[in-house]
Write a protein that binds this ligand. Sequence first.
Ligand code: GLN
Length: 192
Amino acid sequence: MKIGVLALQGDFALHAKALARVGAEAVEVRKPGELDAVGGLIIPGGESTTLLHLMDEWEFFPAIEKFHAAGRPLFGTCAGCIVLAREVERPRQFSLGLIDVTVERNAYGRQRESFEAHGVAILDGEPTAMEMVFIRAPRIARMGPGVETLARHGGDAVLARQGSVLVGTFHPELTENTAVHRYFARMVETSR
Ligand code: GLN
């Protein structure tokens, strides 16, 4: 099973490693045409404004909309979550709107640029303890009725899913725990 990792900016290499650890074949995607060869796509963390600029330049917006319309799963972490959200605040910026959430960028303040937290994710009904690494993380401030919470931190959803779209505000690729990548690989597997 081939899963793409958008490799324009950010920490795509670590996602590719995590996918390999769960037995998926990771493919770095740098051009929209390369999406034809993959069953799902991870949009990594990085800097969302830079990422959006590069995605626009390479004409990824219509290609990802088509990919989503074809039922192929998307997983956005951190900046990737910001890019996939319906609405982005602080400041407002363009987003693809493929999951019905509103996110606030850099929501945890300067003194907490990055931090780790222990949390529990409920993946396929199984509670899974995990370390969550947050880096200049956004906060999911609003979730639409069709969005399911898979993990929380301090009352906020930090891993959420709507249909074929999964978003996380933390970085599962930075820890040894591969549960989230395994979960996404199953989403891709069952979407075929
Ligand atoms: N703060 C970044 C942004 O707003 C996201 C940070 C990250 O992806 N780790 O785009």
